[in-house]
Each structure stands twice: as structure tokens, then as C-alpha cells.
Design a protein around this ligand. Structure first.
Ligand code: FES
Length: 102
């Protein structure tokens, strides 16, 4: 089980738990503002863009090449950007903090 904290652009904090699925699915299920998941999680919309907290980048890992190509076109892109549909929930993510970039 992983507990994941989302911080929206309005500074709302939402803590959600899951043990499988993608982080985008978890965010949508918990109505995290700014995470829409328009493409259904196939890495082609960037409506699931987050900035990983600087202390937690090692937990989420790096974006794949396809993901990075999509991210470079997104608003608010930075070196901590991820598309959270591409992050699978696992125990490793427990305690991660993600800042919604949209
Ligand atoms: S849901 Fe579309 S890129 Fe993540």
C-alpha cells in the first residue's frame, strides 16, 4: 500500500492510498484538481502532469523517452516533471509528494 500526497495549484492537499494502478487513476478517483487524464493513460495528453517533490525523485524514477518528448511540449515543464499516468503505484511510492503542474 502506498500513501501519496497531491498538492494542487490552489495549494489544496489530497492524500490518497492505493496498492496498484497508475498514479493518474488514483488522482482522478480522488478528484485531484488539475489531473484530468484525458487520454486514459496512454502518454498522449499531458493532462496528468506533476512535479515530483525534490526529495522524492528517486522513488518515482525518470521519465521514459516517449514521456519526456510529451513533457517537453507541456506548460510548466521542468526537470522534475512526470506524467503521472506513467507512474505505477507500488510500495516504493509510499510517502511521495506530487505537485500538480496544470
Ligand atoms: S493521462 Fe494522458 S498523458 Fe497521462
Amino acid at each position: 500500500m502506498a500513501k501519496i500526497t497531491f498538492i494542487t495549484s490552489d495549494n489544496e492537499t489530497i492524500v490518497a492510498e492505493a496498492d496498484s494502478g497508475s498514479v493518474m487513476e488514483l488522482a482522478v478517483a480522488n478528484s485531484v484538481s488539475g489531473i484530468d487524464g484525458d487520454c486514459g493513460g496512454v502518454c498522449s495528453c499531458a493532462t496528468c502532469h506533476v512535479h515530483v517533490d525534490p526529495d522524492h525523485v528517486s522513488k518515482t524514477g525518470e521519465a521514459s523517452e516517449i514521456e519526456a518528448d510529451m513533457l517537453e511540449l507541456a506548460d510548466n515543464y521542468n526537470e522534475r516533471s512526470r506524467l503521472c499516468c506513467q507512474i505505477e503505484v507500488s510500495d516504493k511510492l509510499d510517502g511521495v509528494v506530487l505537485h500538480v503542474a496544470n
